[in-house]
Design a protein around this ligand. Structure first.
Ligand code: ADP
Ligand code: MG
Length: 273
């Protein structure tokens, strides 16, 4: 690719505010309902996310995290302010790959069949799907399971399929709404380890929602803590922990990790009261 093309793609200019995968949020607030029943869920918020950032949104239950994610995805239109992803207004299905708390797969299809369907919707030609499916399943640690039915695999494996499906469309943005909240602690840690690696390798921008300070520090290159409803930004913190070439368990045991987890944990508590 020529350098001019690369520049146009936003690849040669990491951190560009309108580059591919960037998010620009200006004075955004969202209200549900009208009149006496109106409820402001989130905002006003100003936020710039450069391409390639792994942003983790943390906040108490009901503070508006999912609302903000749906606004970024284009599933809802903010009642106030403006949002741009890669320099344009978000549109549902076209702006971002999404992963939810429940995997939302087709249970009667195989693992490979679920990924194939996502590739088909993404416009990948039939003769190229098998190779892409193999790459995606390998990337999320499911290389050997393409032929298995969804109901035959564990909840953790199902969530891996959901991540593979979200990666299938090659969106430059990935939105994840508490994707590991329903999993047991050990499975959750394994998925965190792998998502950290996938996030770094893919170079995509990610916004990950959680209410766990521990998960936020482990996954994020930056953490934004929201106040209680209507959620506004209480803390915006860069995470200066190594993102590659480091063992996950060593990282979790490092004193810098513990210090950040404490700082974020205290901020979440303070912001919720
Ligand atoms: P979080 O994800 O942080 O738990 P949500 O964004 O789901 O928070 O919700 C924020 C607030 O908006 C809550 O009070 C919730 O009840 C309300 N809310 C969320 N979705 C809707 C909706 N579709 N209609 C009305 N109120 C909603
Ligand atoms: Mg939520």
């Amino acid at each position: 690719m020529s350098s001019i093309n690369a520049l146009a793609e936003g690849i040669a200019a990491p951190g560009r505010p309108t580059g591919k995968g960037s998010i620009r949020i200006r004075q955004v607030a969202h209200r549900y309902g009208r009149g006496e029943d109106a409820l402001t869920a989130v905002g006003p918020i100003d936020l710039d996310v450069p391409p390639g950032e792994f942003l983790v949104l943390v906040g108490a239950s009901g503070c508006g995290k999912s609302t903000l994610l749906r606004l970024i995805a284009g599933f809802e239109t903010a009642t106030q302010g403006s949002i741009e992803v890669s320099g344009t207004a978000p549109a549902p299905g076209r702006t971002a790959g999404m992963v939810f708390q429940q995997p939302r797969l087709f249970p009667w299809k195989t693992v490979g069949g679920n990924v194939d369907l996502a590739l088909k919707y993404a416009g990948v030609r039939r003769d190229q799907r098998a190779v892409r499916r193999g790459e995606l399943l390998h990337r999320v640690g499911l290389g050997e399971t393409a032929h298995r039915r969804i109901w035959e695999i564990s909840g953790g494996q199902q969530q891996r399929v959901a991540i593979a499906r979200a990666l299938a469309a090659e969106h430059s943005l990935l939105l994840l709404d508490e994707p590991f909240a329903a999993l047991d602690a050990l499975t959750r840690e394994r998925l965190q380890d792998d998502l950290r690696r996938v996030g770094t390798e893919s170079g995509r921008t990610a916004v990950f929602v959680t209410h766990s300070a521990d998960e936020a520090v482990f996954l994020g290159s930056r953490i934004v803590v929201l106040t209680k409803r209507p959620g506004r930004i209480a803390l915006d913190l860069p995470v200066d922990l190594p993102r590659s070439g480091v063992d996950a368990d060593e990282l979790r045991a490092a004193p810098e990790f513990a210090a950040l987890r404490r700082e974020v944990g205290l901020a979440v508590k303070a912001a919720a009261t």
